[in-house]
Design a protein around this ligand. Structure first.
Ligand SMILES: [Zn+2]
Length: 216
């Protein structure tokens, strides 16, 4: 593990004690409405976060929002490589900051979602993003990302506002994405990825993680 990434690490036991939960799919109401802010930083939240890390790892994901395991709370986890550096963290009650005006540059890349497993589409997003919030203990956190991490922070913050990435696509591309997902639906059990052994180490993305990855 890269020294420079160490400050991004949550307590190790957070990732070790969790149990994968079934992932909620697009179409379930909890995926399409804003989540409630976290106001209790208690054992229940800690268990949720541990289970979210376990679920994300079991599904080979790089990010996961609480409503993707059916929980109506503003919290997401991520474990995402960008430029060869691994970034990992927990964000409750995120406030997303995106560049505006001249600072705003869009990057187009393939994007996917664990709640629509197997389907991907090209989507343009700002190439830099900052998220402010608190972690599962209530301590303030700020993460700034470029490239794939920027995409991940935006994708997960969107989830907690009830926005899935298909909502950001033109109708024709959204239709194609949903068709692709429907064709692959039989590949994923209804309780996927629960019941599967967690992968030994969280993967980055396909290949070297340097671009064109799949955000979840
Ligand atoms: Zn997603």
């Amino acid at each position: 593990m890269d020294e420079s990434a160490r400050e991004d690490q949550p307590a190790e036991d957070t990732t070790l004690t969790g149990t994968p939960r079934p992932i909620t799919r697009w179409g379930e109401p909890v995926m399409h409405r804003p989540c409630r802010p976290v106001d209790s930083f208690d054992e229940e939240l800690r268990t949720l976060v541990a289970d979210m890390f376990a679920t994300m790892n079991a599904a080979d994901g790089v990010g996961l929002a609480a409503n993707q395991v059916g929980v109506d709370l503003q919290v997401f986890v991520f474990d995402c490589a960008d430029d060869g550096v691994r970034h990992r963290g927990v964000v409750c009650n995120p406030r997303l900051e995106l560049p505006e005006g001249r600072d705003r540059t869009l990057a187009e890349s393939e994007e996917g979602c664990l709640s629509l497993p197997g389907a991907f589409a090209e989507l343009a997003r700002p190439d830099t993003a900052t998220v402010h919030g608190v972690d599962h203990t209530g301590a303030p956190v700020t993460y700034t990302g470029t490239g794939f991490l920027a995409r991940c922070l935006q994708h997960e913050s969107d989830h907690l506002q009830g926005v899935v990435f298909g909502d950001r696509l033109p109708g024709r591309l959204r239709k194609r994405l949903l068709k692709e997902a429907a064709e692959l639906a039989d590949d994923y059990a209804a309780d996927w990825p629960a019941g599967q052994p967690p992968s030994g180490s969280p993967q980055s993305m396909e290949g070297d993680g340097s671009g064109g990855g799949h955000v979840q």
